[in-house]
Design a protein around this ligand. Sequence first.
Ligand code: BTN
Length: 329
Amino acid sequence: MKELNPTLKKLVQQLNDGAFHSGTSLGEALGISRNAVWKQLTQLAQQGIGIESIKNRGHRLVNPLILLDKHKITDQLSKPITSMIETFDIFASLSSTNDYIKSLPRPNLDHLRICVAEHQSNGKGRHGRTWFSPFGTNIYLSCGWHVACDLSELGGLGLVVMIAVADAITKITGTEGFKIKWPNDLLFNDNKVCGCLVEIQAESYYDAWVTMGIGIDVNMKHNGFPIDTPWASLFDITQKYFDRNVLIAGVLNHLSEYLKLFKEKGFSAFLDKWQNYDYLLSKTIEIACADKKWTGKMLGVDKTGQLILQDVNDTISLHSSGDTTHVIK
Ligand code: BTN
């Protein structure tokens, strides 16, 4: 677990304009030696951040980089979520933001714990997969929520998280066309942009500690990365770099509002929104869950967020978990 290094933060701020800066001028601005500047630059390069260094010109960032900044995020949060947050932690590197949140004590009822990291060394995807989490480019955000709910009422929660992300991203990027592939993938033109991992500990009656982990590909460029699903970052989609602090605040503002509504009214309050985002609707799909598979036409979701499948014999089945694929005939 590493905190953000303040010197590194200042260095990135100096380099943010994309221009070349000499080692001497950087050292002066940061109050450190040229050698120390070099060490910090090496640290950045080791994290995969592109740095161009040219003799007699200095150093520059190959791509814009705005680091995560707790105050920049919290300044943009709405009043309702600000009053719900009990802790807000930000790290340079963590094993997994979800694991970190789960290791913390539960906050008071209806309160949240938030954590974001620049990098995850063991980012977790659904079904034991790995979530590729390079430094400084994407969003790794986890939100822990202590809620008085029975486990059976939390079925549609993952879909609600994805709707909150989709609404926030649509608004901030000014781009329409994001779709949600049941249960937890946000897609743009068939490519995955965001995934969500919801982990629930509900030990006693009407008391749950929910960790909602959100990974969004933001400024990442295609560079031979080990990702087996077709993916696109927000940069790919818009040809723009995004300040992740703005996106995180936007996602959290939507999420807190939707969590309240979900608690009061359940998933049925989100059915209209879901219909706009449903990627699989009316498609022939396959659902895989453990060692079982079902094929049929996706008819939508019910008021608890379960997927409705119609097989070739017109038999209807409801599904609350699994991996879905669009079967192209
Ligand atoms: C998936 O699509 O398989 C889910 C991906 C979830 C990734 C996020 S990144 C933040 C949080 N921490 C993790 O270890 N995983 C989730």
